[in-house]
Ligand binder design. Structure first.
Ligand code: ADE
Length: 425
């Protein structure tokens, strides 16, 4: 574990991994043309000049390209991990060695270390926080109220974090403007649906090497992530059951061609379970008791609490690792339940997270959200904001151009029609 490398303070696994990480960052960058354009503009305009910034994200090759962008924009940025299992150690090493960015993260760090890194990040006295899950924001507000005055605002990457921010607003506890990056269309339509859809299946396959065709996959939750996971599992030939608490989403899942039923009924049918709800203990003791021998359970929601693993541990008469990212719990009735990736987001624990081409749009939103906070400093209400639709459209237009796709434009007559109420039948 290094602490200072070429004058850059850090705690990473091994700086000798940097050459491999450098190649990975460059590989991801090839699929991140929108972020690259923003980085080029930031390098010229320096819109983040001198801003102390903390980014709490999954430390991946895609995040590395965001960190480079923030640095080119002039920010004094440090990076910590938003999850103990998602760090790519070679990438962390390259960020420190090749890009001079402070990183505090390694794959497999324990919870006390994670908490220590959050505190090191707060010692940086951030003016802007990029959060993924709202742990840094919540810690600052709860434990360091004297630092609130330094803050310009924060951005939030994930649905789970936005739920927490909205709860803070309800309690009158959000002391600065926060931008819900997840709520941009160019974020959740692509990252949550196609990113989570593909990378979750990728993580499950890397952890298990099972054939999905013919198996029954139970997708718990039909938000944007659940829609993506169900769609991709179906594409692999699985028989997909969706469980929901929201009646509208349940109708949508049914009309999308999935079987919909309560989780209690699905428990004995599933070969593989994937939670994507953002809620706690959605798979609980009574579900584990009803599962068949050999059932596999995994989570692709932000926190590891979607599966009640404490209960499962208490039910277990025996526990054994079968292979990396697969732990077998033998429970009282003799059945074996296989937990993948310790219940942490399987796409980042056992695979590499969302592919770069979707993170390109997510992180373009992040970079522009930080710029927006600085540009409108003192003018935004202390609540949760969405980036203006025009920014979303600009990101989409840049992405389309990079994809080599041209689209039509409204003619003047069409525009006139869209703006009028007088023309009818
Ligand atoms: N969240 C999901 N996938 C990710 C990735 N590749 N990088 C950063 N955050 C992510």
């Amino acid at each position: 574990m290094s602490t200072v490398m070429n004058d850059i303070a850090c705690e990473i696994k091994d700086v000798a991994l940097a050459p491999q990480g450098y190649k990975q960052i460059e590989w991801a960058n090839r699929d991140m043309p929108v972020l690259e354009q923003i980085r080029a503009r930031f390098a010229k305009e320096k819109p983040l000049k001198g801003i102390r910034l903390v980014a709490c994200c999954h430390v991946t090759k895609e995040t590395a390209n965001l960190a480079r962008t923030l640095k080119e924009g002039g920010a004094d940025a440090i990076l910590i991990a938003s999850n103990p299992l998602s760090t790519q150690d070679d990438v962390a090493a390259s960020l420190v060695k090749d890009y001079g960015i402070s990183v505090y993260a390694w794959k497999g760090e324990d919870i006390p270390t994670y908490t220590k890194h959050v505190n090191i990040a707060l010692d940086h006295k951030p003016q802007i926080i990029i959060d993924d899950g709202s742990d840094v924001v919540a810690t600052l507000v709860k434990e360091r109220p004297d630092q609130i005055k330094d803050m310009i605002g924060s951005t939030e990457e994930t649905t789970t974090g936005i739920v927490r921010l909205n709860a803070m607003v309800k309690d009158g506890k959000l002391p600065w403007p926060a931008i819900a990056v997840n709520d941009s269309q160019t974020k959740h339509f692509f990252d949550n649906r196609y990113g989570t859809g593909q990378s979750t299946i990728d993580g499950i396959i890397r952890a298990t090497n099972i054939l999905l065709a013919g198996r029954t996959v139970v997708v718990v939750g039909y938000g944007w992530c659940g829609r993506g996971v169900a769609m991709r599992a179906k594409g692999q030939g699985a028989h997909v059951i969706v469980t929901e608490v929201n009646p509208v989403r349940a109708i949508e899942a049914s009309l999308d061609g999935f079987q919909v039923m309560p989780l209690n009924d699905a428990a004995p049918l599933g070969d593989l379970f994937v939670t994507v709800t953002g809620n706690r203990h959605v798979i609980d003791k009574h579900h584990f008791e009803r599962m068949k021998d050999g059932a596999m359970v995994s989570n692709s929601g932000h926190f590891d609490l979607e599966l009640n693993l404490e209960s499962l541990a208490q039910m277990a008469t025996e526990r054994e690792f079968i292979r990396p990212f697969m732990e077998q719990f033998t429970i009282g009735n003799g059945n074996r339940i296989l937990v993948l990736g310790e219940g942490r987001l399987i796409n980042l624990a056992a695979a590499e997270g969302h592919p770069a081409s979707v993170m390109d749009m997510s992180f373009a939103n992040q970079a522009l959200a930080v710029e927006h906070l600085i540009k409108y400093q003192g003018k935004l209400e202390n609540t949760v904001h969405v980036l203006p639709g025009q920014v979303d459209q600009e990101i989409a237009a840049m992405k389309l151009k990079a994809m080599g796709i041209a689209i039509d434009q409204l003619t003047p007559a069409m525009t006139e029609y869209m703006n009028s109420w007088t023309v009818g039948t």
